[in-house]
Design a protein around this ligand. Structure first.
Ligand SMILES: *[C@@H]1O[C@H](CO)[C@@H](O)[C@H](O)[C@H]1NC(C)=O
Length: 364
């Protein structure tokens, strides 16, 4: 038994040895380990080129999108995308479709003649008598106009305080009943909102910005993946065919194999014969898009499905090792230069892939 005897002195020696060697090493390791942008994997073959079949912009955060044939792309995303949002008039905190499905009934339309957004509220089963209101706002207001007609206020999106030009309360007063509170419409102000999460400057080695999207400038989704999801819903016996708008993408591609987008890391968009633009647009694919329950909302009617596609996606799309409690659909991208013209029909070519995507939450 002699060799198994543990003396108090021996225990302390071991404990001290551990504390003074291993623990500092562990601390050093975790403190100095900065997350890196995933390295491309050159062993996996690149998927064949596909093409852009749709472009969407959502000028007012959480409201209905506008389908486009072409648009100007900036490093912050499609030119008009999420430049505006509704905030609580008292707290200036952002209001989102997550908590209020009816926001999808608020419909901005772009009037090219006057260069204005014309905002109305559509009726639906869940809102048979919408407020009878038409709000017209300049799509490209000058700073001088904003200074004279709006008030620059701090605005809160997730846990970040940024800024916004608040339009007069009288403009949005007719929406008070719909929102159940007084709201203000704000346009992103001059302060640069630096990307967080996977877009954190420490990770990507440069600063990139967004206006009012949740976390990233651009989201791309694949029709092939939606087709697979819809086929699985049918197999489950669900009487539900999802339209892509539920996922609120900016760029829709035809896609090759379903879910092949999971490993994209760099993409190049170039003018095809039939497209109007001859520009080349390179984008860094920064992370997968992990989903909340917003895709359960029908963007046309604001009706919320009690289960799908959330339940089904939780079964087979929890594939990101960075955060395994949410399903992935679509890829977040950062354009590498600006401005470029982008249009439906352009060739969308994946130029690098990676097996290293790990989601880091940017919603803080
Ligand atoms: C797509 O990208 C790959 C890799 O960079 C390249 O070899 C190929 O020629 C490109 N195809 C098109 C149609 O641009």
């Amino acid at each position: 038994m002699e060799e198994f005897e543990i003396t108090v002195g021996g225990l302390f020696t071991t404990l001290f040895a551990f504390l003074f060697t291993t623990v500092p090493l562990l601390i050093y390791f975790f403190e100095t380990r900065t997350p890196q942008t995933p390295a491309p994997n050159t062993e996996i073959p690149l998927p064949p080129p596909t093409k852009i079949t749709g472009l969407y912009t959502y000028p007012i955060k959480s409201c209905r999108g506008i389908r486009l044939e072409k648009s100007k792309m900036l490093k912050t995303g499609l030119e008009l995308d999420r430049q505006w949002m509704f905030v609580d008039a008292a707290t200036k905190k952002f209001l989102t479709i997550r908590e209020m499905a009816k926001m999808t009934l608020i419909t901005p339309v772009y009037d090219a003649k006057s260069d204005e957004l014309v905002v109305t509220v559509r009726p639906s089963k869940v809102l048979p008598n919408p407020p009878d209101v038409t709000i017209r706002i300049a799509a490209h207001p000058s700073e001088k106009w904003l200074k004279q007609n709006t008030e620059l206020v701090p605005t809160i999106i997730w846990k970040t305080t940024t800024d916004g030009w608040a339009y007069p309360a009288s403009m949005t007063a007719p929406l008070t009943e719909l929102f159940g509170r007084e709201v203000l419409l704000v346009r992103k102000g001059p302060e640069k909102r630096v990307l967080r999460g996977n877009g954190n400057p420490e990770i990507i080695g440069r600063e990139e910005y967004i206006a009012y999207p949740d976390i990233m400038p651009v989201m791309v989704t694949s029709e092939a993946s939606l087709k697979d999801l819809n086929a699985r819903l049918e197999e489950e016996g669900e009487d539900l065919t999802l339209v892509m708008e539920r996922f609120r993408p900016n760029i829709i591609v035809e896609g090759g194999d379903a879910w092949s987008e999971d490993i994209w890391s760099e993409v190049r968009i170039t003018g095809a014969e039939k497209s109007e633009s001859k520009d080349t647009l390179d984008m860094q694919v920064i992370s997968r898009c992990l989903r909340c329950r917003v895709p359960n909302v029908d963007p046309d009617t604001a009706e919320e499905h009690p289960k799908q596609p959330w339940d089904l996606m939780m079964e087979f799309r929890r594939i990101d090792h960075g955060f395994t409690f949410k399903p992935a659909f679509g890829m977040h991208c950062i354009p590498r230069k600006e401005p470029t013209e982008i249009s439906v029909g352009m060739t969308f070519n994946v130029t690098a892939v990676t097996t290293q995507h790990r989601y880091i939450s940017g919603m803080k």
